[in-house]
Design a binder for this molecule. Sequence first.
Ligand SMILES: CC(C)(COP(=O)(O)OP(=O)(O)OC[C@H]1O[C@@H](n2cnc3c(N)ncnc32)[C@H](O)[C@@H]1OP(=O)(O)O)[C@@H](O)C(=O)NCCC(=O)NCCS
Length: 297
Amino acid sequence: MRRGHPRSVILGTGSELPANVVTNAALEKLVDTSDEWITTRTGIKERRILEEGKGNADMAYRAAVRALKDAGLEAKELEAILVGTVTPDYPFPSCACVLEDMLGARKAFSFDVNAACSGFLNALTVADSFIRTGMIRNALVVGSDALSRLLNWKDRATCILFGDGAGAVVIGASHDGAHGILSARLRTDGSYVKTLYVPAGGSLKPATLESVRKNEHTITMNGKEVFKVAVRSMEEISREALDEAGVGIDEVSLVIPHQANLRIITARAHPPRGYRPAQRLRGRVCLGRRRHPLLGR
Ligand SMILES: CC(C)(COP(=O)(O)OP(=O)(O)OC[C@H]1O[C@@H](n2cnc3c(N)ncnc32)[C@H](O)[C@@H]1OP(=O)(O)O)[C@@H](O)C(=O)NCCC(=O)NCCS
């Protein structure tokens, strides 16, 4: 039965992790840290690093191919490609454009969404909006970052936290009224720009020998501040999204937070049924065996 605007359903998912594993023990050889410190403060045991000579689009491509296969869709059928990333292969064209060419998705329009940690969610929400308005019937949405390319391997506060990987979904329009994304809430606070940023390499301070020498083109973070904001914001925005959807927290079967730090996830969580921290959900996004309202099949 067709009623109202179409809603977006997830038709397929895919992911990619580079083969190169960097353990906490390996980092102990680079900086003054320990497996014990990293594990207790962050929950992280290892991270993946993209091999030299490869770009972010290579990871995005592998995740995308898997998602398309899962969806039973061919790249040439895609109408839009959105990539949430802050580490495109080039300043321009976009990572999405490079991916479009790699996939041979000739019919699709493509662009990146630069929103760092929440890049995938922002990209998904934009694609969902296009689908709701009827502008497109399907989209490939990828969250892909090679953050290792922005790391100062001498900064123990940041090099322990970040890594590389990609996740992709193919979404399509559903008219049955029973399935689809129920709500999405996006929020930013520009006053925190310098709490987590890369000082150089943009138009304000283009890369120079001096900026490279000072490591200004790498991630600079006020960890304590990020911690506080992340804990507060994740809870607030989650409640808003639930309210908008008219769904109670008790009705949620699974929470998949995007967050580098297990301590942030658990700081506010009173885990509902099925709650599993993201680190344990690496790889294919699993929504369980039960028919799920997001899945179109
Ligand atoms: C980064 C983070 C783990 C640091 O934990 P913290 O408890 O805030 O630690 P602090 O920065 O206060 O540092 C405590 C001490 O540990 C030291 N330290 C920092 N990094 C260290 C490391 N990798 N190994 C060992 N010691 C470390 C500090 O130098 C400090 O030493 P001092 O007391 O002698 O000055 C924490 O702030 C955090 O998780 N922030 C959020 C970051 C995040 O998630 N960013 C990604 C956003 S998506």
